[in-house]
Design a protein around this ligand. Structure first.
Ligand SMILES: Cc1cc2nc3c(=O)[nH]c(=O)nc-3n(C[C@H](O)[C@H](O)[C@H](O)COP(=O)(O)O)c2cc1C
Ligand SMILES: O=C(O)C(=O)c1ccccc1
Length: 382
């Protein structure tokens, strides 16, 4: 990421007030209509998991080494076969054109410019071809194609073929969504996809979607009869792309992914939008890392809102992290430039955290970088 502007917003400039991801959340939330804002920002049921995803980080303290020459600290690493600027990518999130008309195209351009990978949602508002082309105009970029376990296997195979043809290197199979989570906000607001937005990946146009609520559309499309024995061998038989399971929260399912020959697990609770009451992803991470025992890769997403939190996730054994809502907030705030700003903020905080803890490379970030764990957790911040 050499040559990027340091994201200290210029006095009087358009981003004067955006110093951290929480500033971006506030600024974006002010710009979004209420229904869209609630859809993007909410979790399910009582919002317990949503809250814990973000607050889990505050119980860990850092354990820095001092007087280390960190003048050449290098945050770059490998992710899905690509060298990335730092260990953070953008999680697949649907409906990005509701945040900004350029939606996933803007996200792809920002990812390519900042040298990070992107997950493409099955519910993207642009086709995989358009998204990949937008990114590749700016630079080389890695993408993972997110898949649900679909009722229509022929459609699922068409999506896989297109993703392969466009150079995606992995499938993120979302395993936590046989049905949609309980989303009071969507029911209260009678949330509908805005008119004019299409879902080209799943071959639905605006008219088809208008007839359905989000819940209804989602349930008609996804297969609640999904299971390990059917999905993984089938995926292996139709594609050479890496297969990752997105939504794993336990040692048992990590072991299952190892047994089934998957390439990695993404420890995720769908940003607290599916089953409320499951643990924060940071709290589920250690048991998954231990079960993987280096045999498959382990990534994590959910609630990561600063470079220091990226660092803490790595110290607990994640190889790489992903963020969902911060990209949506970047888009809503200022389209492509807002996503650049979001990535720059994370990058700079992460690099500074590496330097201030005495780490010169991502490999130096180990358990030894974490100190005491405060049992008063989130309250420790108040
Ligand atoms: C608005 C929105 C849409 C999402 N759409 C999808 C999706 O289509 N497929 C999927 O697997 N996950 C989806 N997710 C979950 C994200 O991939 C990711 O797991 C989550 O956002 C990470 O948490 P964070 O937002 O706290 O960073 C979505 C999340 C949000 C907030
Ligand atoms: O709402 C979600 O969490 C989600 O996965 C999704 C699915 C389809 C369209 C937009 C978001």
């Amino acid at each position: 990421m050499a040559g990027n502007p340091v994201p200290i917003p210029a006095k009087g400039g358009p981003h004067e007030k955006i110093l951290c991801i929480d500033d971006l959340r506030r600024a974006a939330s002010e710009k979004l209509p209420a229904g869209a804002r609630d859809f993007f920002n909410s979790g399910s049921t009582d919002q317990t998991t949503l809250f814990e995803n973000t607050t889990a980080y505050s119980k860990y303290r850092l354990r820095p080494r001092v007087l280390v020459d960190v003048s050449r600290a290098d945050p770059s690493t490998l992710c899905l076969g690509h060298r990335v600027a730092f260990p953070l990518g953008i999680s697949p999130a649907g409906l990005q054109a509701m945040a900004h008309p350029a939606g996933e195209l803007a996200t792809a351009r920002a990812c390519a410019r900042r040298g990070v990978n992107m997950g493409i949602s099955s519910f993207a508002n642009y086709s995989v071809r358009e998204i990949r082309a937008a990114g590749l105009k700016v630079g080389p970029m890695g993408s993972a194609m997110q898949l649900y376990t679909m009722k229509d296997r022929a459609l699922e195979e068409r999506i896989i073929r297109k993703a392969e043809a466009e150079g995606c290197s992995a499938i993120f199979l979302t395993a936590d969504s046989p049905v949609l989570g309980v989303r009071y906000n969507e029911w209260r607001n009678d949330f509908r996809t805005p008119k004019g937005l299409n879902f080209p990946v799943i071959e639905w146009d605006s008219e088809t979607i208008q007839k359905r609520t989000h819940d209804d559309g989602f349930m008609s499309f996804n297969d609640d009869a999904h299971n390990w024995a059917r999905e993984i061998p089938w995926l292996r038989s139709v594609t050479g792309m890496e297969i990752w399971i997105k939504g794993v929260l336990t040692a048992e399912d990590t072991l299952k992914a190892v047994e089934m020959g998957c390439d990695g697990v993404l420890v995720s609770n769908h940003g607290g939008r599916q089953l409320d009451g499951v643990p924060a992803t940071l709290d589920a991470l250690p048991e998954c890392v231990e079960a993987a025992a280096g045999r498959i890769r382990v990534h994590v997403d959910g609630g990561i809102r600063s470079g220091t939190e990226v660092f803490k996730a790595l110290a607990l054994g994640a190889e790489h992290v992903w963020v969902g809502r911060p990209a949506i907030w970047g888009l809503a705030y200022d389209g492509e430039k807002g996503v650049d700003l979001m990535l720059d903020t994370f990058y700079n905080e992460f690099k500074r955290c590496m330097q201030l803890t005495g780490c010169n490379s991502v490999k130096d970030i180990t358990k030894a970088c974490l100190g005491i764990v405060r049992s008063d957790g989130p309250l420790a911040r108040l």
